[in-house]
Design a protein around this ligand. Structure first.
Ligand code: PLP
Length: 432
């Protein structure tokens, strides 16, 4: 390899296209990628010199935008102490501080913390906890119940509880574990509640609870499965049913955690504590991959008193000090910020600026919860075309299927948010 190649400053887009997989893409017919140079605050700078207002928070992760001085400082200081050290037999302040904070801010009773590398792994860990819990008690409960249109990650156990009608199950059907699914909650967040919503889940639990280890759900917001906001009473009722039928409740707050829905955790909309909680995405403010699974003393102690005597999981990079240090700084920023004021004002502006899209013939409906705005189209959009139109309008928005949605960093200015909403309106207007 020549120096020339090594020293290339610009992104080698051709090499990228020929050799690198991007999320959910084809190697022979990839969707074009925009080379990005840097990002600062709410602005993404492309190599072409264009600046885009970020509407995605890098998939729910960047709470305070990019190049955040406090997070840079935490990373730099930790880098000079130790970037990583094994967690087997060793511990450190970044991990203990982070665990303390998580125990303090998450719903009451979640006192035991397991650190891992990514959201999907946090879900695997949660499911293994549920299985080991029942094994310790001598019950043959090895199935899970999940909600249709749910999303819990791309690893195999996570896929086995993700919406069964998507291609994930079909593609790997002989390999993916068979679990139970109940209908997607149909009553929206602000609609009138009706107890009949719980009938199907009640019947399923009545029938199969002897086999079921846990119910897993994304509280309030079903994200990747359709950006659907459902009624808090569903969560309340699900909690009751789980207690009644001796089934654990796993709340996957990997997308909803850390204020995004207007509460610090979406479970708070229903004032419930799950038995197991998964966190990820925004935990490091979008700086690096990291996740945590929290559980109660009861679940942790029961697992520990079982046949194995231990919880059987331990990733190489467990408790990575660099990620913990950044997560600590991020949570300090969050708790010291007026995050709920920021989220509420984003919410209010999203309602004001996005609702007019409902007048367009291509738009089915608009919905907003916390700092999440969703425009649901009648037809699936052409991602390549629409992505290009958004870039030309100076915004970064990545739709999927029928959904054009934004969940911007909490620090977005009102003018930047207006630009995002206007771009959505203009793009929707061009679609018939
Ligand atoms: C993103 C997401 C995951 C998976 O997290 P990764 O870090 O991508 O593995 C799991 N559950 C929910 C609800 C998510 O939004």
């Amino acid at each position: 390899m020549t120096n020339n190649v090594l020293n290339t400053v610009s992104v080698d887009v051709e090499f990228d296209k020929d050799h690198i997989w991007h999320p959910y893409t084809s190697m022979t017919n990839p969707i074009p990628c925009y080379p990005v140079d840097s990002a600062d605050g709410c602005l993404i700078s492309l190599q072409s010199g264009e600046q885009l207002v970020d509407g995605m928070s890098s998939w729910w992760a960047c709470l305070f935008g990019y190049n955040v001085p406090e997070l840079n400082q935490a990373a730099t200081e930790q880098l000079h102490k130790m970037s990583h050290i094994m967690f087997g037999g060793l511990t450190h302040q970044p991990a203990t501080n982070l665990a303390k904070k998580l125990v303090e801010i998450t719903p009451e009773g979640l006192d035991k913390v397991f650190f891992s590398d990514s959201g999907s792994v946090a879900v695997e860990v949660a499911m293994k906890m549920a299985l080991q819990y029942w094994q310790s008690l001598g019950h043959a409960k090895t199935k899970f119940v999940a909600l249709k249109k749910g999303y819990h990650g791309d690893t195999f156990a996570a896929m086995s509880v993700t919406d069964p009608d998507g291609s994930m199950h079909e593609l790997y059907q002989d390999f993916v574990a068979k679990n139970y699914f109940t209908k997607q909650p149909t009553i929206a967040f602000d609609q009138e509640w009706d107890d009949s919503e719980m009938l199907e889940l009640t019947n399923l639990l009545e029938d199969k609870h002897n086999k079921i280890a846990a119910l897993i759900l994304e509280p309030i917001v079903q994200g990747a499965g359709g950006m659907h906001f459902y009624h808090p009473n569903y969560l309340k009722a699900a909690r009751k049913l789980c207690d009644q039928y001796n089934v654990l409740l796993i709340a996957d707050e990997i997308a909803t955690g850390f204020g995004r829905t207007g509460k610090l955790f979406a479970c708070e909309h229903a004032q419930i504590t799950p038995d197991i909680l998964c966190l990820g995405k925004a935990i490091t403010g979008g700086y690096m991959s990291f996740a945590a699974t929290l559980t109660t003393e009861k679940v942790a102690n029961t697992i520990s008193q079982g046949k194995a005597g231990v919880f059987m999981h331990g990733p190489t990079f467990m408790g990575n000090p660099l990620a913990c240090a950044v997560a600590n700084a991020n949570l300090t920023l969050l708790m010291n910020s007026k995050w709920s004021v920021l989220v509420n004002s984003i919410s209010k502006q999203l309602r004001q600026n996005l609702t007019i899209c409902e007048q367009l013939s291509s738009v089915n409906k608009v919905r907003v919860l916390g700092a999440i705005g969703v425009v649901e189209m009648h037809q699936a959009v052409d991602m390549v075309t629409i992505q290009k139109q958004f870039v030309e309008a100076g915004v970064w928005i990545r739709p999927f299927g029928k959904l054009i949605y934004i969940m911007p960093p909490y620090i977005i200015t009102s003018a930047q948010l207006k630009q995002l909403c206007t771009a959505i309106y203009d793009v929707c207007k061009r679609i018939n």
